[in-house]
Design a protein around this ligand. Sequence first.
Ligand code: NAD
Length: 481
Amino acid sequence: MAATRAADIVPLRTDFCQLIEGELLAGTPTLDVINPATGAVFARAPRASRADLDRAVSAARRAFDGWRASSYAQRRATLERFCESLRAQQDSLAELLTREQGKPLTQSREEILRAASLSNGMTAIPIEPELLVDDAQRRIELHYLPLGVIGVITPWNAPINLAVGPLTMALYTGNTVILKPSPYTPLATLKLGELLQTAFPAGVVNVLAGGDDCGQWMSEHPGIDKISFTGSVESGKRVMASAAATLKRVTLELGGNDAAIVLEDVDPQAIAAKLFFAAFVNSGQVCMAIKRIYAHERIFEPLCAALAAEARKACLGDGLLPATQFGPLQNRMQYERVLGILEDSRRRGGQLFAGAERPAGDGYFISPTIVTQLPEDARLVAEEQFGPLLPVQRFSDIEDAIHRANDTRFGLAASVWSRDLERAFGIALRLEAGTVWINQHRATAANVPFGGIKQSGIGRNYSELGLKGNMEARVISLLKG
Ligand code: NAD
């Protein structure tokens, strides 16, 4: 592990504007943005006031009639133009994303390109009226209408991808949007605002940089018809409570505690790198990362050894350096939380196989760490760690493994690893999660719905199902003759 850093002596950047009613507004830069690799403030962004939000909502409401009257083909073409500009600006956006979020530069670029490709994939999906009945007496059709103004609220772990997905779903289906990123990572999203300004008519998309308070104002706002929220379970509950007063629609993409069940017939050497990547990419700060492994006792020791070998190879450091594979935790609060979970793991008798190193300096670094021998109620097993610590739990009876995998309030995703595909499929059918992968983890696509069951969320993103979550159904029922 090489915990090297890039020198980060750059002038404070303040060249960030909010986008309201087609205008880029500089405002007073009061929101400090920290580079998590150094712990230092490197930029300051404007911070949305309630008046900014009111103005953005009025603009989005005014723009709605014109935007919904446009055709799917026109909206697809506009979104495609925006995605082209996203690809063209990938270098400067990726650099900014790495500075504010911490992930390695190559992964920032991948996030941007993936966002563009998922957007293109979703706008290729046709939304047509459905013919329900057509007989001698009646013709009944089901039509889909846009909802109105949609508030998109995003977290700090993948700010571009988690903005462009919901933005595309809302805009393609004819809605107008207010987008608000996390106060920890507002910068790349504000730069998206500049690209959106060029591509879209004034008011159709508005981008605000605000704190949690701004998210709450959006959830309460009578001029917003739906909140498309991605973030923690706790904030998701608050959004739903605030949205209740106006009966706003909500899509909630929340946290997970994904279990991977590894059966006795696998070759641990062959799958260790895949499991490791699915658990530790973005230093574990991925909603659908593997967060618990249940390994059969017959392959438990060699699997732990192979995972530990991966951990020892991991190159940790400033995401701007080309050799870096794993960056820091994104913010101090999360860093301290993960350190608290590590401390709890030690107290509860966990054996640390590799990692748990904290390089010197002020960055929020923790190296990838494999932990075994924890009780099921230890924090690392029971909570969403959202950091580079992975518990590997032993099982001998598959019924027990299924029970432990399901024994959680989360239900985002899960995976089963085996050479026996039929057996793995049978186990997948019994796992309580919105997605269950077999011999893979963290595979999503534009035409496949993604979302959680239980407390991991409400509604789905991507696919026809996700698009229709931004629409209202209307029945037209005609009595013939
Ligand atoms: P968070 O809930 O703290 O914040 C997310 C966003 O919500 C931010 O923009 C924040 O300002 C806003 N917010 C906070 N309080 C609010 C309130 N009361 N009303 C409205 N908005 C409010 O989450 P985070 O720490 O930024 O992100 C990490 C969490 O996100 C993890 O739990 C992770 O699993 C989850 N996540 C889920 C998915 C998914 O698709 N299911 C994807 C990525 C992240």
